[in-house]
Design a binder for this molecule. Structure first.
Ligand code: G3P
Length: 215
């Protein structure tokens, strides 16, 4: 399973890229807005300079024609730009039309496996089920990943990648990988948490203490 970073913060991307684990970056309007004053196009271009992999940039239009127009515009910014499109009927129209232009899409805000199946049929490159937000609603988010992976694996015509989104903690990363997700897009703090373990720290302390007390 590949690891993407879910942020528009360039410092976070620079640091995570230095760890050698990043295969891509996802952004959304909330994450872009969080980087106060940053220009959307410039931000995406700077991310593309830091990470050699898919960079998701989300459309804001609600109608297919608007999404297609935005998608064509964003895709021209860099060959690694993937167009994020919401899981709606208008979104399906946009995904299929953008696919005809050889523009890759990431169908976002996916909350049930039927949305994922239709997005794949429309030609989505990536589907993004929001597991954390499903958990928040009182339903097990990981079950959604399992259902989508199972449905996609049974259909040889589907090559859409399953991307676990709305990841909230390291257990989401582990369970996404076990469930067969292709990608997990993680907030920076979750990646840092994933590498922390008190026994690792204690082990390092012990090794150093033993080394320093040798005769
Ligand atoms: O990738 C989608 C993600 O950014 C949504 O996460 O935590 O806002 O549900 P969250």
């Amino acid at each position: 399973m590949q690891i993407y970073l879910d942020t528009a913060n360039l410092d976070e991307i620079r640091e995570a890229a230095s760890w050698g684990i990043l295969s891509g970056v996802t952004t959304n309007p909330t994450l872009i807005a969080r980087e106060k004053g940053a220009d959307f196009k410039t931000t995406i271009a700077e991310i593309a300079n830091l990470v050699d992999g898919p960079i998701s940039a989300e459309t804001l239009s609600l109608d297919a024609d608007g999404m297609i127009q935005e998608g064509i515009e964003y895709a021209a910014w860099h060959p690694n730009v993937i167009i994020k499109i919401p899981s709606t009927l208008e979104g399906l129209r946009a995904v299929s039309e953008l696919a005809r232009h050889n523009i890759r899409t990431n169908v976002t805000l996916c909350f049930n496996a039927a949305q994922a199946l239709l997005a794949a049929r429309a030609g989505a490159f990536i589907i993004s089920p929001f597991i954390g937000r499903v958990d928040d609603s009182g339903v097990e988010g990981m079950q959604l990943i399992r259902e989508i992976v199972s449905i996609y694996r049974q259909d040889s015509e589907i090559s859409t990648k399953v991307l676990s989104a709305s990841i909230r903690h390291p257990r989401h990363i582990i369970d996404s990988a076990i469930a067969g997700a292709d990608i997990a897009t993680c907030p920076f703090n979750v990646l840092k948490l994933a590498m922390r373990h008190p026994l690792t720290d204690r082990g390092i302390e012990q090794f150093l203490a033993d080394w320093n007390s040798r005769n």
